[in-house]
Design a protein around this ligand. Structure first.
Ligand code: ZN
Length: 264
């Protein structure tokens, strides 16, 4: 039996592509920008309050990403559907790709899924987003452009407060992370984590290892604490900070010795 499409023709597309308006050496990606749930999946068995919590999306980051796109003119690709449907920063099949539980909330609609139902989410939501990123990368020289992956993190995780204002995450590209870490600390005196509050790995993460690291492409994964960007003023502020710092990062990265920045 062929199941009905998860995203019929009148449903919002699984990603939004904001094309570049200038020739800048950045491509912005936002895996957890949206919190939509396809109509056919109902509410996934999750309360309305939980569907707007950090477990469903990266609160505030779409507002930062869109402003950054507008200010820098860089391509931005943002995911539209909730990470509770399928997490676009996890390899399909990973234990948290379609989470059964997140930060003490049970996702009932993700229990007892058939292989077909899993594959449908991958085919209709996960894959088109990543195909869009791949298509954009096919048009550029990956050595002359950095991928900037934007995320936000909850100030409280499983009852524990987090001290960081922001974090820079990396797996292989330590050189880029070092530069941006230093810039953020100098710029605002913030508490900035390096691979905190999360550590990037080749298996727990997907977007950067899959698209950037396989191409030897420089990258930054930036995490901002959600209460700092929950409102428009905060989003303006952090977009302005990154608009200022990203070109400095790029100048320093390109000026560094090739042996220092090659990570393959
Ligand atoms: Zn995220």
């Amino acid at each position: 039996m062929t199941s009905a499409p998860l995203l019929p023709d009148d449903a919002p597309a699984p990603f939004i592509l904001h094309p570049a308006t200038t020739d800048v050496p950045f491509i912005l990606v936002c895996d957890h920008a949206g919190k939509r749930i396809p109509q056919g999946l109902g509410d996934l068995g999750v309360s309305a309050a939980d569907r707007t919590r950090h477990i469903a999306w990266d609160i505030g980051i779409a507002g930062v990403a869109r402003r950054l796109h507008a200010a820098l003119g860089a391509t931005l690709i943002e995911q539209v559907y909730s990470r509770l449907v399928i997490d676009c920063n996890r390899a399909p099949g990973h234990a948290t790709s379609i989470p059964r539980e997140s930060d003490q909330t049970v996702i009932n609609g993700n229990h007892h899924l058939s292989d077909d139902e899993r594959r449908q989410r991958e085919r209709e939501i996960f894959r088109p987003y990543h195909d869009c990123i791949a298509q954009q990368l096919a048009t550029i020289d990956p050595q002359k452009c950095a991928m900037i992956s934007l995320h936000s993190f909850t100030p409280v995780w499983q009852g524990q407060s987090r001290a960081w204002d922001a974090g820079v995450l990396f797996h292989k590209d330590a050189a880029s992370a070092d530069i941006m870490h230093q810039l953020l600390v100098e710029r605002g005196g913030w508490v900035v984590g390096k691979n905190e509050p999360y550590r990037m790995t080749a298996t727990s993460d997907y977007t950067i290892p899959y698209h950037a690291e396989t191409r030897g492409m420089p990258y930054l994964e930036i995490e901002i604490r959600q209460d700092l960007i929950a409102d428009e003023a905060g989003q303006e502020n952090w977009a302005a900070i990154l608009t200022q710092l990203l070109p400095i990062y790029w100048r320093r990265w390109t000026a560094s010795a090739p042996t220092q920045r090659a990570y393959v």
